[in-house]
Ligand binder design. Structure first.
Ligand code: NAI
Length: 410
């Protein structure tokens, strides 16, 4: 078992914003019992005080880890964002301070895919409009524009985590699946790739978008693309707001080229639940509008709790920063015995030589060494066999020119 330079109950963990209880349980199960959970975010001044002496901090989207907060974090070894986004953390400042930041980019994959399945059923049956009419006392009992999804073709743009999960579920419902991705992606099940976006738009009864926000995907579904889509087809966007040109969609809904749509993400979204949602799509009763909740389920929150806690524990236990958004990737094996030194330093000439001199001058047997650098920061992990004076060595490592952070595990 890997032991820490600090016993695990001395490692202070501060979780803010009511991070899911699964995270706390995960820490406890792995021996980290010194966990404080607050139900809310803290303002900068409060956080500057609170973060001192904390080794691991967990936040969601409302806590800002600013330069000042990070400067006050005198013991911090890593940060967990128990959410998808990480722009609430000054990632570059954290990187230069030797603090990896982790998040959970894929914990809500299933939630998004399920919502899209539900939306397809609703759209193909014309339910949004019929429901609206029924709420207004109008009885619209007929089969006009009402279809099963079985046998229809779903075109998935972006065959990543959500895209291929959706592909499996749609096939299980009897749909044919085509997909388009800029990367070569292995087809799952009976899905078939399209050689271009144009081909996908031409053959699909429902087009569902699952691409990231990039310069290439900005307005990737505009006037021209919508007009290539089949007359009477449907559009679903639960990816990012600016992937669809909303004005072009409005025109296609007005002239019934598009029979219905489900939109979860928008070019401009309210900053809070108190702000009004403004969109020309509000006028269309055949459009399902949802407030960016594609990934917002209890299950996704629970998954996020476990996923991020596991990454933090792995880094604390093993030194492995795999999955960090701002740090070099070093996949480390579990340390079987001996002592592991973790040294984060400025990537300038001579640091590695000085570290190795330190160990060789003491005749210490290095059983493994791992190094990764980015242009400014280097991370070296050194496994030593036999008896070593960890306290003395770590003191000397700290004193080496260029050292940002150092710790050891034994
Ligand atoms: P992913 O990174 O696993 O997959 C994205 C795929 O899109 C990749 O296979 C990539 O190669 C492909 N791609 C990139 N540019 C492309 C282009 N120009 N044309 C075609 N394919 C392209 O991402 P994941 O997890 O599947 O998420 C997809 C989208 O869903 C992201 O934009 C993400 O922000 C969004 N999302 C929305 C949620 C919501 O609440 N509505 C929740 C979770 C994710």
């Amino acid at each position: 078992m890997v032991k820490h330079s600090l016993s695990k109950d001395k490692i202070r963990i501060l979780l803010l914003e009511g991070v899911h209880d699964n995270a706390v349980q995960e820490f406890h199960a792995r021996g980290y019992t010194n966990v404080e959970l607050l139900p809310h975010a803290l303002e900068e001044a409060e956080l500057i005080e609170k973060i001192q002496g904390v080794h691991i901090v967990g936040i969601r989207s409302a806590t800002r880890l600013t330069d000042k907060v990070l400067a006050a974090a005198n013991r911090l070894i890593c940060v967990g964002c128990f959410c998808i986004g990480t722009n609430q953390v000054r990632l570059d400042t954290a990187r230069k301070a030797g603090i990896p930041v982790f998040n959970a980019p894929y914990s809500n994959t299933r939630s998004v895919a399920e919502l899209v399945i539900g939306e397809m059923v609703m759209l193909l049956r014309g339910i949004p409009e019929r429901s609206h009419l029924a709420h207004n006392g109008v009885w619209r009992k007929n089969a006009k524009n009402s279809f099963e999804m079985r046998g229809k073709t779903l075109g998935i743009v972006g065959y990543g985590h959500i895209g291929y999960q959706l592909s499996i579920m749609a096939e299980a419902m009897g749909m044919r699946v085509r997909y388009f991705d800029i990367e070569k992606k292995l087809a799952i099940g009976n899905a078939e790739p399209c050689s271009s976006l144009k081909e996908l738009l031409e053959v699909s009864d429902v087009v569902s978008l699952h691409v990231p926000a990039t310069p290439q995907t900005k307005n990737m579904i505009g006037e021209a693309e919508i007009r290539i889509m089949r007359k009477g087809s449907y559009l679903i966007n639960a990816s990012r707001g600016n992937v669809v040109d909303v004005d072009a969609l409005v025109r296609a809904l007005e002239d019934k080229h598009i029979l219905g749509a489900a939109i979860d993400v928008f070019p401009a979204e309210p900053g809070s639940n108190d702000e009004e949602f403004v969109s020309p799509l509000r006028a269309f009763h055949n459009v399902i509008l949802t407030p960016h909740v594609g990934g917002s389920t209890q299950e996704a929150q629970a998954n996020i709790g476990v996923e991020v806690a596991e990454k933090l524990i792995k880094y604390s236990d093993n030194g492995s920063p795999v999955g960090a958004v701002n740090f070099v990737e070093v996949a480390l094996p579990v340390k079987a015995g001996g002592t592991r030194f973790l040294h984060i330093h400025a990537n300038v000439p001579g640091v590695l030589r000085r570290i190795n001199e330190l160990f060789s001058s003491r005749n210490l047997n290095v059983s493994a060494q791992y190094l990764q650098t980015d242009p400014e920061v280097g991370y070296v992990v050194v496994d030593l066999d036999g008896d070593v004076d960890e306290v003395e060595l770590i003191g000397e490592l700290h004193a080496l020119d260029g050292t940002i952070r150092a710790r050891y595990l034994y």
